[in-house]
Design a protein around this ligand. Structure first.
Ligand code: BGC
Length: 836
């Protein structure tokens, strides 16, 4: 069977050459799977499982205002009406169809690059149903294409746009979507790393910067942000999100939307955002990619939905339906998610695109037996645009003719797409003009360097014999040995987003060499081993280098391709023989700083026990090396905090700080010891403590901070007030934070809340506020966190968001281990009277 296109995620994420190819999704495999579904007599799912409605309607739907005011403009509506009334069915369906750059063969053959850097990657697609070749250019010229994906570059996007605007009957412009997820040319840290900054304002600046860059290359739609909560780092796409916490996830989600879209998406340098993947894709069972998710509606609403909700509230104009099934109903055919939650409850007035071939995959899920059925299920569930399944174009007209899909459903989907196109200003300015940004922008480097610095987390920094911690390096560290496969690896620093160029990247080696030149020190470099190699031939040189040095910097971790889409791992340790290299170097007795590059939490138990200093660097982007050098030498102090728990063993996963207490919490028991009869029958393991090796919110700096005077502004809140004054703070929690060390530094002050006595079990604590605070030595600041219905409510057994008369504890500190606490109660009317 002919390949349908360049389907593998890493290969598709535009034009980054990596030393090792990413996993390529073979569409042939998917199609064979689909064929298998046709052939095998599938047992229909029980009706209850197929019904996408929850047993209890979650929220009585009052009239909810449209989520995006710009899309609701009457002027736009009028234009949409006028255009729609002139469209044929074929042209309408065309707006719902999305392909990648399948070009036309002739163009490629003439040596005209199909994408900016590699025409050989482009092959003709084939429609699995009609067996017709797909020529995206032809479709654009005849009004049968609405948007293109992952096509980058002014020349090629304008070429397509000219066909749509000048050749097609109604001149409707195309949208150009791409996976720009942590920068376009000037690359900043991967989203998980960016979340570690706890700095949404900076995220907004970065997102805006990437939109400005990408717009010059014809991209006007970002498949970003990915806001899926992930509590299991085996799942490779953990790298693309903000980690395990809904509050942090929601803050990051809206920060991206503000940065991409601004107030008005028609303004220069703005793009349409696509929030993904709706919904709960991050809960894939066992962390296995594309796997199913199954959870209570309470958990869905309390933990998984808040970041999507925040993105929609911030005005996101598009959203992507996920690959996974949620409670038995694939998200791409799920009216509960797309109609009830998204449109009815949240007022979403943008459009929904499917994920890549997700409509076709409904066959593999086994909930549709034919392409027609898959199409019918997807569009009636609320999926407006078909990304690459080639189903809407081949099936919809037949479904309309047979009356299986009402015309009104297609009209409404087309309206939603056209609204976004009008709002983007594409009808007035369809072409991209002006200089195209093709490399990292010098003026953007300071911002991405700051982002890298803020994202890096100092996990450990032990005092050495002289009483001072290893970091920052003291003046006596003159000769440094830099060892490891990621020390001089520009590609992995910027992989997975937009169109970053490895040649623009400053590696750790380059930055430390620059510094050695200016400070008169020396740097000796040895690769030691490869990221996933098993040869030990480089070890001897690495050990020699270490012996000759005052201190060693070891740059270990994953290759970027090991995370991201289709990057699930069953083991979470350093790949290959890197830990052996670490042990060999540690045996020299030299002080070691371990730099960990990774897209997910790893198991770092040996390192944590034996290495004095560990910096979690994620994949920091274009300015990786300089940011790391600044931190090593103390030009800046680390301020990142973990957005995900780092486990002691993979068997603890899914591991997250905001877990339920259970009926047998192992309070006061030393879980590092094997159980005895009296310590056994608790919620624990017999072979590893329950706690994370490094917990959520954890991160050290070169100074120290103390917290005191944690108080709340009132001891009791009447329940009636809590339930009626939903938009205003009910109580303020305050604390004084003091820099007790000797350097200026930044701490992320975190506010956690526990709710005891509710009708539904609540987590042991939940993050409900945070603030970055920079203080001089000896300086103090009072921080104040407003706590209102949003922070204090929970979902009851009817999956309704509510508050009850319960007891609250608030902790303020600088990690999820914060211990300074205060208390207040929410009181029912009788209790309120009694306490007067
Ligand atoms: C991924 C999406 C991505 C899309 C387009 C899919 O495989 O799941 O996150 O936006 O491809 O590249």
């Amino acid at each position: 069977m002919q390949s349908m296109g360049n389907a593998g995620s890493s290969a598709r994420k535009v034009q980054i050459s990596v030393s090792r190819p990413g996993p390529v999704r073979h569409l042939e495999g998917l199609l064979l799977g689909a064929a298998f579904c046709f052939a095998s007599a599938l047992v229909a799912l029980p009706a209850a499982a197929q019904s996408a409605s929850p047993a209890q309607p979650a929220i009585a739907s009052a009239k909810v205002p449209p989520s995006n005011a710009q899309l609701a403009s009457p002027q736009i509506e009028e234009k949409v009406d006028r255009l729609l009334s002139r469209m044929t069915l074929e042209e309408k369906i065309g707006q719902l169809v999305q392909y990648n750059d399948t070009g036309n063969q002739a163009a490629g053959a003439k040596g005209q690059p199909n994408t900016e850097s590699d025409s050989s990657k482009v092959v003709l697609a084939i429609n699995p149903v009609t067996a017709n070749h797909i020529d995206a250019m032809q479709l654009a010229a005849t009004g049968r294409l609405g948007s293109l994906l992952n096509l980058v570059g002014q020349a090629r996007t304008n070429q397509y746009q000219r066909l749509a605007v000048e050749k097609s009957r109604l001149h409707i412009p195309l949208m150009f979507g791409a996976d720009v997820i942590h920068g376009f040319r000037t690359i900043y840290p991967v989203p998980l790393g960016l979340a570690a900054s706890f700095d949404p304002a900076m995220v907004t600046q970065l997102a805006h910067m990437s939109a400005e860059e990408a717009r010059t290359a014809g991209v006007d739609w970002f498949y970003s942000p990915m806001v899926d909560i992930s509590r299991d780092p085996r799942w490779g796409r953990t790298i693309e999100g903000a980690g395990e916490d809904p509050f942090l996830g929601a803050a990051m989600a809206s920060a991206y939307i503000r940065g991409y879209q601004g107030e008005d998406i028609s303004q220069p340098g703005r793009v349409a955002a696509c929030v993904k993947h709706f919904a709960a894709y991050g809960a894939a069972e066992a962390g296995r990619e594309y796997n199913t998710t199954d959870m209570s509606e309470i958990r869905l609403r309390q933990v998984y939905l808040p970041p999507y909700r925040a993105a929609i509230k911030a005005g996101a104009v598009t959203i992507m339906s996920a690959f996974n099934a949620l409670n038995g109903v694939p998200a791409t055919a799920n009216p509960f998610l797309l109609h009830q939650v998204l449109r009815k409850e949240w007022g979403f007035n943008g459009f929904v695109t499917s994920d890549y071939t997700a409509i076709m995959e409904l066959l593999n899920h086994g909930i549709a037996l034919t392409p027609a059925e898959a199409t019918q299920k997807a569009i009636t569930a609320g999926v407006d645009v078909d990304m690459m399944s080639h189903f809407y174009d081949s099936q919809l007209s037949g479904l309309i003719r047979s009356g299986k899909v009402p015309m009104s459903v297609v009209n409404e989907a087309v309206r939603r797409v056209l609204r976004v196109k009008f709002a983007l200003g594409l009808f007035d300015h369809p072409y991209t003009e002006g200089p195209e940004i093709t490399h990292a922008v010098a003026a953007h480097r300071p911002l991405v360097r700051r982002a890298a610095e803020e994202s890096i987390v100092l996990l450990k920094n032990k005092k050495l014999a002289d009483g001072a911690p290893l970091l920052p390096f003291s003046a006596s560290v003159k000769h440094v040995a830099l060892i490891g496969p990621l020390a001089d690896d520009p590609g992995d620093m910027v992989d997975g987003s937009g169109a970053g160029n490895p040649t623009d990247t400053i590696t750790v080696r380059q930055a430390l060499e620059e510094r050695a030149k200016t400070t008169g020190g020396t740097l000796v470099y040895a690769e030691g081993t490869q990221i996933d190699g098993d040869s030990t031939t480089g070890f001897a040189q690495a050990v020699r280098a270490a012996r000759s040095a005052d201190a060693v910097v070891l740059a270990l971790g994953e290759a970027a391709w090991m995370s991201g889409e289709a990057g699930s791992r069953a083991y979470l340790d350093l790949p290959g023989n890197q830990e052996q290299l670490l042990q060999a170097v540690a045996a020299t007795g030299k002080p070691i700083v371990l730099l960990v590059f990774t897209g997910r939490p790893l198991v770092l138990d040996w390192a944590a026990a034996h290495v004095p200093a560990i910096l979690e660097a994620w994949f920091p982007g274009t300015e990786a090396g300089r940011a790391i050098a600044d931190l090593l030498y103390g030009d800046t102090s680390p301020s990142g905090k973990l957005p995900m728990s780092f486990p002691r063993a993979v068997g603890q996963e899914p591991l997250y700080y905001n877990q339920f207490p259970t009926g047998r919490p192992p309070r006061g028991i030393d879980l590092s010891k094997p159980p005895t009869f009296t310590t056994r029958f608790f919620s624990r393991y017999i072979d590893v403590p329950n706690s994370a090796l490094f917990p959520f919110g954890w991160g050290l700096t070169y100074s120290s901070f103390a917290f005191s005077g944690v108080t709340v502004s009132r001891a009791a809140i009447p329940l009636s007030q809590a339930l009626t004054q939903r938009g205003t703070p009910l109580v303020f929690a305050t604390a004084t934070v003091t820099n007790t060390g000797s350097r200026k530094a930044t701490d992320v002050v975190q506010c956690y809340v526990r709710n005891l006595g509710a009708s539904v079990e609540q987590p042991v604590r939940d993050l409900e506020g945070f603030e970055r605070v920079t203080l001089e030595p000896g300086e103090s600041k009072q921080v104040r966190f407003p706590l209102g219905f949003r922070q204090l409510s929970f979902y009851n057994v009817h999956a309704r968001q509510t508050m009850e008369a319960t007891d609250y504890t608030v902790w303020i500190g600088d990690s999820s281990l914060a211990s300074e606490a205060a208390h207040f109660n929410v009181v029912a009317p009788e209790e309120a009277k009694a306490s007067r």
